[in-house]
Design a protein around this ligand. Structure first.
Ligand code: DGY
Length: 329
């Protein structure tokens, strides 16, 4: 970009309405190009669209790797992902190219924690089975002893990953009556844990003692596949697993086998591998598994806030300003 020309920002998706309006009003500051669709952009279209851009606003469905960075060219200054997770991005390559990386923490914490609670309640109260009964028309109305779920009073909550979303989830769930909270994290977070009396526990302790386990951690080398056959074997047979983080934290084949063997009572997943999970996938069909299509942050308020923060980050990056929310590479 010469000192007189406007920077070019490419956006890989149509944004939620308010953020889209703002994007469309940026013309005096930047040239905005966009894959103006609510559907994914194909890899080839993405590569064809990014040559010579200064900023990229992308989603978790786009792989940001060496090939893409090289294709964009050395003038690329900023990648701004509309997500808090950035496991789709080769951060080492981004760093090596001297590119800034923006993301959208905080603004999606409440919505994602709400979804975690939604899934926890759906699982504990067997909502999937009840909905199926209604749909099939085979229900017999009020029943005193069938379709009974469990409640959280007096139980132990286990939180995997005690960051913003893990804490917000704990704050929402404790009032349901949990009397003990365990969490795993790479280190103890005494201040965050204090309001809940939460105990920093080993993964093994959390698995074997929790009645409800919520996965709220980022996907990285340490967490990839951490819920595997060994982990499921340590869970309580009455235990419930909720995942609103990333699908790859759970080994889905092992999960399927564990559900079949009764090693846990129910798994409720907002995130899977792949996304979407085919409608005939055994986990989708399984009575003890509830699957949502990655709607953790899907509220009007949150998605617009994410879009706006991503725009802020991209604008700051192309004009060499500090990003509002930057990943420290
Ligand atoms: C994220 O931001 O990483 C979520 O998975 C989507 O909101």
């Amino acid at each position: 970009m010469s000192s007189f020309s406007k920077p070019t920002i490419f956006v890989t998706r149509r944004l939620p309405s308010e953020a889209q309006q703002r994007l469309e009003s940026l013309g005096d500051r930047a040239i905005v190009k966009q894959h103006n669709s609510i559907e994914n952009i194909s890899r080839q279209d993405l590569l064809d669209s990014i040559k010579g851009i200064d900023g990229l606003i992308c989603l978790l469905s786009e792989k940001i790797d060496q090939e893409l960075l090289r294709t964009a060219g050395p003038q690329l200054k900023v990648i701004s992902t509309i997500s808090v997770g950035y496991d789709h991005i080769d951060t080492a390559a981004v760093k090596a190219h001297g590119i800034k990386l923006g993301y959208t923490p905080d603004v999606l914490t409440d919505a994602t924690a709400d979804t975690t609670v939604l899934l926890a309640l759906m699982a504990s109260r067997r909502a999937k089975e009840s909905l199926e009964i209604v749909k099939s028309g085979k229900g017999s109305g009020f029943s005193l002893s069938t379709g009974l779920g469990t409640q959280f009073s007096g139980k132990t909550l286990g939180i995997v990953g005690f960051g913003r979303i893990g804490c917000a989830t704990t704050a929402r769930l404790v009032p349901f009556g949990f009397t003990r909270v365990l969490y795993t994290a790479s280190r103890a977070h005494e201040k965050r844990a204090r309001p809940f009396n939460a105990e920093h526990a080993s993964f093994e302790t959390l698995l074997s003692q929790s009645d409800l386990i919520c996965i709220c951690c980022p996907l990285n080398k340490q967490t990839q596949g951490m819920f595997d056959a060994r982990a499921f074997a340590m869970m309580k047979p009455t235990g419930i697993l909720v995942n609103t983080a990333r699908g790859a934290v759970v080994n889905q084949e092992d999960l399927l086998e564990a559900l079949d063997r009764g090693l846990l009572a129910h798994a409720a997943l907002d995130v899977t591998v792949p996304e979407p999970l085919p409608c005939d996938h055994p986990l989708v069909l399984h009575a003890k598994c509830t699957v949502l299509p990655h709607i953790g942050s899907a509220t009007e308020e949150t998605r617009n806030a994410m879009g706006n923060l991503a725009i802020d980050n991209a604008l700051a990056g192309v004009f060499d300003q500090p990003l509002k929310a930057e990943v420290q590479l």
